[in-house]
Design a protein around this ligand. Structure first.
Ligand code: ATP
Ligand code: MG
Length: 409
């Protein structure tokens, strides 16, 4: 049997980028031989094994053929007579379809190295169209390598467009899609992921609610970039520049969905978009089965981002309601993420990226003022049950009024 490193590890070594995980392909072996050598089989779908000592992945060389809709509709053929070239041709991009042996001798039948040098993401063969997930993968690689100058080959983008139009993207499971989306959002240029999906018509299929924001105007005084879609891309870009976590980036992507529902007669204003957007945010959350923390933050940011922008003008009672809604006493981290997303929203405006955002520290201070109100004295006064809750609220309101007075003095 012959063993080769394959895929991302070869690509990233040639790019001079640190390699995170190492995939290997085994040519000329059977499952029985792998098991006899102590390899542990993983998953029932493919002939993939874990090395008994290192735990790294070794896959038997295989060919694939599409036999139905979706990812389940694949039949594969793994046997000792499948060659390295046959295994490489089923891969998505030429830069991912290179292999090397222990001496770093390169096998590159589909000219991955040439495309690497030309900074091009190009599909290997027309079989690309057999797995719609590849549309998301290409967009994700575009986001990851945008800073190196990579772009999608026009003929690959055309294939992605055909795949999107065919409706095949609807056959993707939430789990597979979310894995790509979440990985793409934590790349350095997540906005490129959305842009590429839009360019090939996939955004309309996957997240029509986000696609609908393009072409929707906002008032130029607040939003010099005008277009709500472009604004969303900028907010996402800021979220990466400021190293925000996935939860915040997801909330950034969805915060303005309500603006896509505004009747044209009302443009460029978007009265109550925070409220109208909630059902759309919920729909997108559920479509991809986003993790609970992502879902929750996206809804809260959607509902309250304008409150954050107006923080300095809010009455003490409104401030208190905001803090209560976030359960800021028990969930300080979530409130911090909310502030982060709102700050990205403010910075994601053309020409205003560097403007200070005093609302952030102001809200942090307000949360702190409410948080330090002690329960003990109220207990000592004999309050309990719902009355204790009311008394605590009154004290917090007092504290917030004092905070406001001090801040405006
Ligand atoms: P990363 O650095 O994100 O791990 P990678 O290229 O190693 O990038 P993996 O998802 O680990 O990506 O997949 C390993 C290799 O398997 C890829 O380089 C590619 O050759 C192939 N591959 C993975 N998923 C697909 C797919 N859906 N269609 C075609 N080829 C795929
Ligand atoms: Mg990998």
């Amino acid at each position: 049997m012959q063993i080769f490193k394959v895929g991302g590890v070869v690509r990233d070594r040639l790019l001079g980028i640190p390699v995170t995980d190492v995939d290997r392909v085994v040519v000329g072996a059977t499952t029985e031989e792998m098991l006899a050598q102590g390899f542990r089989p993983v998953g029932a779908d493919f002939p993939v094994f874990l090395h008994p000592k290192t735990g790294e992945e070794y896959a038997l060389a295989r060919t694939e053929r599409k036999s139905g809709r979706g990812y389940g509709g694949f039949t594969f053929h793994a046997s000792p007579d499948v060659t390295l070239e046959e295994d490489l041709i089923r891969r998505d991009l030429t830069i991912n379809a290179m292999a090397e042996d222990d001496q770093q001798n390169l096998t590159d039948p589909y000219h991955g190295q040439r495309d690497l040098e030309a900074r091009i993401l190009r599909h290997v063969s027309p079989a690309f169209a057999e797995d719609p997930l590849r549309v998301l993968r290409v967009a994700r690689f575009a986001a990851r390598y945008a800073s190196l100058g990579f772009t999608v080959a026009p003929e690959t983008l055309e294939l992605m467009r055909q795949l999107s139009e065919s409706g095949e993207l609807q056959a993707l499971t939430a789990e597979r899609s979310w894995k790509e989306i979440s990985r793409a959002l934590i790349e350095d240029q997540p906005q490129v992921f959305i842009q590429v999906l839009r360019d090939c018509g996939a955004l309309k299929e996957l997240m029509p609610e986000v696609d609908a924001l393009f072409g929707v105007p906002q008032p130029e005084v607040h939003h010099p970039e005008i277009d709500t879609g472009l604004h969303t891309l900028s907010v996402l870009e800021q979220s990466a520049l400021h190293k925000q976590p996935l939860t915040v980036r997801w909330a950034c992507l969805l915060h303005d969905l309500g603006k896509g529902l505004t009747p044209e007669e009302e443009w460029p204003r978007h009265i109550a978009h925070e409220h109208t957007g909630l059902k759309l945010i919920k729909a997108v959350n559920e479509r991809f089965k986003a993790p609970k923390d992502c879902q929750e933050l996206a809804l809260l940011v959607g509902k309250y981002h304008t409150h954050c922008h107006r923080a300095l003008e809010l009455k003490a009672s409104t401030l208190l309601e905001l803090l209560q809604s976030f359960d800021v006493y028990r969930r300080p981290q979530r409130f911090e993420e909310f502030i982060g997303a709102c700050e990205m929203d403010a910075r994601g405006r053309k020409g205003l990226e560097q403007r200070s955002y005093p609302q952030a520290d102001y809200l942090r201070g307000a949360a702190q003022a409410a948080r330090v109100v002690a329960v003990q004295p109220l207990l000592e006064k004999g309050f309990k049950g719902p009355e204790l809750g009311e008394a605590l609220k009154r004290e917090r309101l007092k504290a917030l009024k004092a905070y406001k007075d001090k801040a405006s003095a």
